[in-house]
Design a protein around this ligand. Sequence first.
Ligand code: TXA
Ligand code: MG
Length: 309
Amino acid sequence: MPDTEGFVRAAHVLGAGGLVSFPTETVYGLGADARQDAAVARIFEAKQRPTFNPLIVHVADIDAAKRYVIWTDLADRLATAFWPGPLTLVLPLRQDAGLSPLVTADLPTLAIRVPAHPVAQRLLAEFDGPVAAPSANPSGKISPTQAQHVIDGLTGRIEAVVDGGACGVGVESTILGLGDAPTLLRPGGLPQEALEIALGGPLATRSEADPLTAPGQMLSHYAPGATVRLNATETSDHERLLGFGNVEGATLNLSPAADLVEAAANLFLHLHALDAQSDAPIAVSPVPDIGLGRAINDRLRRAAAPRDH
Ligand code: TXA
Ligand code: MG
């Protein structure tokens, strides 16, 4: 845990329009003051992120969230149940929110969440303002779950990294659209099943083709240098196996005990390690599509998708 002086300095950098990477319980974020156009613009520049892909705003608590979005009973119920935690809610943006239009890519909605990591919470309390933060990786690459990943990917492009160790959850937040019907926009660190229990019924899921509900869900994403092959039950000589469960010959294993929580925490860590090792193709063992497995499979499918570059 950084000392008080460290948090004061990090908050000062944010206030001055700088970029500060900080840990959340999901992945490291790349933070900027969401009210400052120039600061938010620098996020897109540092990540080489297309500007049509909007950002998530991080706030300290429910009261702070209400300053930026039109709050509803349902939002209140879900936020009370799951915040702080790995759930992002997409709600109508308030006219008087005062955020840079770059944050929302001019959409009428805002994605907002209250992170649970103690370092993120201390930073938000010290800064006392809305922090726009995508994952702190170059656009399309593997998300960072350790400070070193951020340094490796973005050195020279950002002012600071607050080091809070490894992220516990390891996959990004679950994104829930709260329009007419609650809609799962991205599977993530809060399992869909937990949301369905809270909502008392099945969730609608988004259509890959709908640019409004899924503005930045690129098919190729989280991509290491090597090609990735999914659902591998055997490997050829030149492939490296990223295992799951009790499999033989794995170069790395997401969870030898087939524990999905452990596998999520290891996913980006192991992909970074394999990426640093060589460009030999990666084969991945099947991962069950339940609980956190849905988020793991979503990220793996994007890692394996054809690349447009
Ligand atoms: O766990 C997380 O959510 C991490 C940490 C840092 O909080 N952040 C993160 O941000 O994953 P990013 O930028 O990598 O992913 C944000 C996603 C993008 O797919 C974006 O398109 C979507 O959220 N998004 C943002 N605003 C939206 C909106 N108004 N409507 C629908 N989707 C939105
Ligand atoms: Mg990201």
